[in-house]
Ligand binder design. Structure first.
Ligand code: KG4
Length: 339
């Protein structure tokens, strides 16, 4: 019998629904919320309201594109957390209603697990290159920076993580003080391609072990800008490419340094990257260089699976379905959790 999973993602500011049949992706619809741009960051209450408006049309569209009816679904998988509570509640409540009305099981998915398992999304029924267990996954997004040891679909261990800001958060905050708009990641990425990564030097953390820290870099970026602006009020305008390139290079260097350390200590050369910041071209290039230099077998996701999407929730739901790992109706959402 076919296993058809509807996945729902609503943890932050993207409402998304996807359909996966026997492990193969049939549709992935994402409605992004432009309403936050004017505020320079996600406004939780506005995000919840937009999710409420989007969820029904997004699910209908995902089913339509997949050419699947509601009655054919085997289960509904949804992001339980971590994320913004109001946003999560929209997806969780929708999934509960859907599951009750159709009398099908519900599967709760950890958003971070979803980002990692995005590497197993198959678009056609053919063999795509997928990581072999155990592998390392660098998960870098607006809310997280973690090095994860992935032992199996359902067995992951966080070896290191940020003790303060996430990598994407640091990029977004620095870009905000440069007046570049929100979200800063894609803008910094674009400017960095035309800048000199060695033009400016910013602080790098010296914390032991496999953990990350980005708040020192952020502060040193802000202080440098303030000092430069005292001498030249148009400084940012004159140097935005170099500032972006130097900021990006520093963040990439910080990320890769700890990842190299883990890969060496654990003797693992299967290395994946996931999350919104994995769209960054500087980071992607660093992965390719490491593949050449250290013999890593690298896995870089398609751009559409880097930022939040329901395809990754549906594929995680598919693996949990095979394990009959369903959840009860009374399960609450959670805003904070690790893997
Ligand atoms: O995984 P994601 O979509 O969601 C959350 O963390 O909620 O990640 C979003 C983060 C933002 O910080 C955004 O600026 C960053 O990913 N990002 C990028 C790029 N595209 C998105 N950072 C650097 N370069 C990019 N091309």
């Amino acid at each position: 019998m076919d296993i058809i999973i509807l996945g729902i993602e609503s943890s932050c500011d993207d409402t998304s629904a996807a359909v996966i049949k026997n492990g193969v992706l049939l549709s992935n619809v994402v409605a992004s919320q432009a309403v936050h741009e004017a505020y320079g960051g996600v406004v939780p209450e506005l995000a919840s309201r937009a999710h409420q408006q989007n969820i029904v049309p997004v699910v209908n569209e995902a089913l339509k594109r997949a050419n699947v009816t509601k009655e054919e679904l085997s289960a509904v998988a949804f992001t339980r957390g971590p994320g913004l509570m109001g946003s999560l509640l929209v997806g969780v409540s929708f999934a509960k209603g859907f599951s009750r009305a159709l009398n099908i099981p519900m599967i709760d998915v950890n958003h971070l697990n979803g980002h990692v398992l995005a590497h197993f999304i198959k678009e056609k029924d053919e063999d795509t290159d997928q990581p072999k267990f155990p592998f390392l996954c660098l998960l870098v997004s607006g809310g997280n920076s973690q090095i994860i040891l992935v032992k199996a679909y359902n067995n992951m261990e966080v070896l290191g993580q940020t003790i303060d800001d996430a990598a994407g958060e640091a990029i977004d905050k620095c870009s905000k003080v440069m007046g570049l708009g929100y979200p800063g990641g894609p803008i910094i990425d674009k400017l960095a391609r035309q800048g000199n990564p060695k033009a400016f030097t910013f602080n790098k953390p010296h914390i032991p072990g496999y953990n990350y820290s980005f708040s020192g870099l952020k502060t040193s970026f802000l202080y440098s800008l303030r000092n430069f602006l005292k001498e030249d009020s148009d400084f940012i305008q004159h140097h935005k490419n170099d500032l972006a390139a130097s900021l990006e290079a520093t963040i990439v260097e910080i990320l890769m340094y700890k990842l190299r350390k883990v890969a060496k200590d654990y003797k693992i050369n299967e290395v994946a990257v996931a999350g919104g910041v994995s769209a960054n071209n500087g980071l992607r290039n660093a992965f390719r260089e490491h593949a050449q230099k250290y013999g890593w077998k690298i896995y870089i996701p398609k751009f559409s699976y880097t930022t939040d999407n329901a395809a990754m929730i549906a594929i995680t739901g598919y693996f949990k379905y095979l394990d009959k790992d369903f959840c009860p109706m009374e399960l609450p959402a959670y805003s904070r959790v690790t893997i």
